[in-house]
Ligand binder design. Structure first.
Ligand SMILES: NC(=O)c1ccc[n+]([C@@H]2O[C@H](COP(=O)([O-])OP(=O)(O)OC[C@H]3O[C@@H](n4cnc5c(N)ncnc54)[C@H](OP(=O)(O)O)[C@@H]3O)[C@@H](O)[C@H]2O)c1
Length: 248
C-alpha cells in the first residue's frame, strides 16, 4: 500500500518548520519543500519519514520535475498540502515608490509560485480522488498593507485561488481552505535591521489593537490547520479563516 504523505512548502520558514516538527512527532510522512535554507529542519534530515526537496516554486518545470521524481522514487501518496512559502515586500515603500522589478518578483513568487505548486500537486490528489489543502493568506487580504502592496495583493490572490479551486475540485473530493493570520510571534533575528525595526513598530501598534492583546502563536495556527486537513473535516471548503485574536 502507498504511504500517505503531507507536503509542506516554506518548510524552513517560521511556521513551516514548526509544522514540520509537529507532524514529524506524529510520525507522518513528510515532503518538505525548501528553497535556499534548511537550518530549521536540519534535525529532521532525510530519514524514512522525511524527504527534503529543494526547488524554486516560481519555476514550473523545476517544481514539477523534482516533485514527480520524488514521488516516483518514494512511491508515497501525497494526500495533504500546507502552502506557507512566500516572499515579502521588504523594501517597505508605498506603491508609487516601489521598484517595478521587486513588485513583479513578489507577485511572481507568491502568485505564480502558488499556481505552479497546485498545478504540480493536484494531479496526484485527483487521481486518488482525495486531497486536503491549506493555503496561507494573511489578514492583509481584508485590511491591506501600507508599504507592502505586492505582498498584500499576492495574499489576496492566493485566498481567491483557494475559493476558486474549492469550487473546481469539489467533484474530485479535494478540500481547499485558506488560513489568514494576523501578526505571528516569530524569531525576527534573521531580518535586516531596517526591516526588523519596521516590523517591530508595526507589530507593537497591531498588538494594541488586538482584543486578545497578543500575536498568534504557532500553536494557534497548527490547531486550525490540523483540523482542516483531518478526516473530521469533510464539509468545510472554500473558506478563508482569519486568525487574528478578535481583530477585524
Ligand atoms: N509571520 C507573520 O507574522 C505572518 C503574518 C500573516 C501571514 N503570514 C503568512 O504565513 C506564512 C508563513 O509565514 P512565515 O513567517 O513562516 O514565512 P517565512 O519564515 O518568511 O518563510 C517563507 C518560506 O518561503 C520560502 N520561499 C521563498 N521563496 C521561495 C521560492 N521561490 N520557492 C520555494 N520556497 C520559497 C523561504 O525559503 P528560503 O528562506 O530558503 O528562501 C522560506 O522558508 C506565509 O505565507 C505568510 O505570508 C505570516
Amino acid at each position: 500500500m502507498m504511504k500517505k504523505a503531507i507536503i509542506i512548502t516554506g518548510a524552513n520558514g517560521n511556521v513551516g518548520a514548526y509544522f514540520a516538527h509537529q507532524y514529524a512527532e506524529q510520525n507522518e510522512k513528510l515532503i518538505l519543500i525548501l528553497h535556499k535554507q534548511s537550518n530549521r529542519v536540519k534535525d529532521l534530515i532525510e530519514n524514512g519519514n522525511v524527504k527534503l526537496l529543494y526547488l524554486n516554486l516560481a519555476d514550473l518545470n523545476e517544481t514539477k520535475n523534482k516533485f514527480d521524481a520524488l514521488i516516483k522514487k518514494t512511491n508515497w501518496l501525497p494526500t495533504r498540502l500546507i502552502h506557507t512559502a512566500t516572499i515579502r515586500s521588504h523594501d517597505f515603500k508605498p506603491l508609487v515608490d516601489t521598484d517595478p522589478t521587486l513588485w513583479g518578483k513578489i507577485i511572481n513568487t507568491n502568485i505564480v509560485g502558488t499556481f505552479n505548486l497546485l498545478k504540480t500537486v493536484l494531479p496526484y490528489f485527483t487521481k486518488n480522488q482525495y486531497g486536503k489543502i491549506v493555503l496561507f493568506g494573511s489578514n492583509v487580504t481584508r485590511i491591506g498593507l501600507p508599504k507592502g502592496s505586492a505582498y498584500a495583493a499576492s495574499k489576496a490572490a492566493i485566498a481567491n485561488l483557494g475559493r476558486t479551486l474549492a469550487a473546481e475540485e469539489a467533484k474530485n473530493n479535494i478540500i481547499v481552505n485558506t488560513v489568514s493570520p494576523g501578526p505571528i510571534k516569530i524569531d525576527d533575528s534573521s531580518f535586516s535591521e531596517s526591516y526588523r525595526k519596521f516590523r517591530r513598530e508595526y507589530y507593537k501598534e497591531k498588538e494594541r489593537e488586538i482584543p486578545l492583546k497578543r500575536c498568534a502563536t504557532f500553536d494557534d495556527l497548527f490547531g486550525i490547520c490540523s483540523f482542516l486537513l483531518s478526516e473530521e473535516n469533510s464539509y468545510i471548503t472554500g473558506e478563508e479563516f482569519y486568525i487574528t485574536g478578535g481583530k477585524l
